[in-house]
Design a protein around this ligand. Structure first.
Ligand SMILES: [Mg+2]
Length: 392
């Protein structure tokens, strides 16, 4: 059995291009699907997939780990960067999909699962409404409260919000009070049974992130995400030690060694690995084993397309320390048109039961994908009020 070619199929979905990777084989009807979406780097990822294809075309697709080692280590440069790690992930997901189809088993069963009856999911209140936020603190708090209530009415028992406004590395009390008002409004709207998460998008400095974390501590957040840059490991560790709120990070951490450094410093309690950016399911399984040794929980970052979601769910059925999965359901109305999958989301509680189909349990509709050709992604330039460069 041999890999004959690797294709990328790209479509535009609101704020990002979804990059799907198809690995074809010399066996009639046998191929696998992966996803390698990386916002604002569409061409870079497509080029990287093309470079990697030179290494793996002609090889046996069932040697998933062997091929992962080739893609990560060969041609001198290791695949640690975001573009290459995402391209590797796209191919790696497709290889696992093929292996599952060959074995006629869902991937989670290849990995010894399922380890749970269902995977719990959460939504993001931001959705298409981020432009509504960061007006007056009172207006924002009211809007966050309304969206929180709507998420619960939609069946969710957990949601995430960007209730921390963009700030300069150090600012005074105003943004702290605004964040507090927003979280208070959400808690007031949904009560104590619902889990609230707040994402800082790694905008604050460690000192500012600590102030936000302290101010929001009384509201019992499920987790507090990226309170400072992920590379500020000492800053994250300082915040994690200073509050009872579990600190989450990892969506921009692209390899096992970087997660080792985070875990060794106890810089987080929640590992938000992104399966499409961390080198795929092969590397994700290693990161999960390392997290397990530190008793750090897994909650994958997953705002991309439907193959990323299928991989994140399949992974969840094989990992004991997996607590919740991010999902997107309202980005584009045609999301379900491009994919036929084996997953059913139960609206009551927004939980997903195990997939029974082989591999990742999905089929993509290439004709539907073609209806939404790739576009230039909306440029996001962020500057502080003094004109200096900020983080998005
Ligand atoms: Mg985030």
């Amino acid at each position: 059995m041999k890999i004959t070619s690797i294709e990328t199929h790209v479509c535009h979905a609101r704020m990002r291009n979804w990059i799907f990777v198809k690995v074809l084989t010399d066996q009639p009807g046998l191929y696998g699907w992966g996803e390698a979406t990386l916002e604002w780097h569409t061409k870079g990822v497509m080029g990287s997939v093309e470079d990697l294809a030179e290494l793996v075309v002609g090889e046996d697709p069932r040697r998933v780990e062997h091929l992962w080692q080739m893609m990560h280590r060969q041609h001198f440069w290791h695949g640690h960067g975001a573009v290459r790690a995402t391209a590797i992930a796209g191919i790696d997901l497709a290889l696992w999909d093929i292996l599952g189809k060959v074995a006629n088993l869902p991937c989670s069963q290849l990995w010894g699962g399922p380890v749970r009856d269902y995977v719990r999911t959460y939504c993001h209140l931001g959705g298409g409404n981020m432009e509504d936020f960061y007006g007056t603190a009172a207006d924002d708090a009211k809007r966050f409260g309304e969206l929180a209530q709507a998420a619960v009415e939609d069946g969710y028992t957990a949601f995430k919000s960007m209730a921390v406004p963009p700030t300069m590395p150090i600012e005074g009390l105003k943004p702290i009070r605004a964040a507090e008002a927003a979280v208070a409004a959400m808690r007031e709207a949904v009560g104590d049974d619902i889990d609230i998460m707040v994402d800082c998008h790694a905008r604050p400095s460690p000192a500012m992130g600590l102030q936000f974390a302290k101010a929001l501590e009384p509201y019992g957040l499920y987790f507090f995400e990226e309170p400072c840059w992920p590379e500020s490991i000492d800053g994250l560790a300082m915040i994690n030690a200073a509050v009872t709120t579990p600190i989450a990070t990892g969506e921009r951490v692209t390899n096992l060694a970087a997660f080792r450094d985070l875990f060794n410093a106890r810089a987080c309690e929640i590992c938000q690995l992104d399966i499409t950016h961390c080198g795929g399911l092969s590397e994700a399984r290693r990161i999960a084993a390392l997290a397990e040794a530190h008793r750090i929980a897994l909650a994958p970052h997953n705002p991309q397309g439907p193959v990323s979601t299928a991989a994140s769910l399949e992974f969840g059925f094989s990992q004991p320390s997996y607590i919740i999965c991010e999902t997107v359901h309202n980005d584009v109305p045609w999301r379900d048109d491009i994919i036929d999958d084996g997953w059913t989301m139960e609206k009551e509680g927004r939980i997903v039961r195990p997939n029974q189909r082989p591999g990742l349990g999905i089929e993509l509709n290439e004709d539907e994908i073609k209806k939404h050709p790739p576009e230039k992604e909306v440029i996001q330039r962020v500057f502080y009020k003094d004109g200096s460069v900020g983080d998005w």
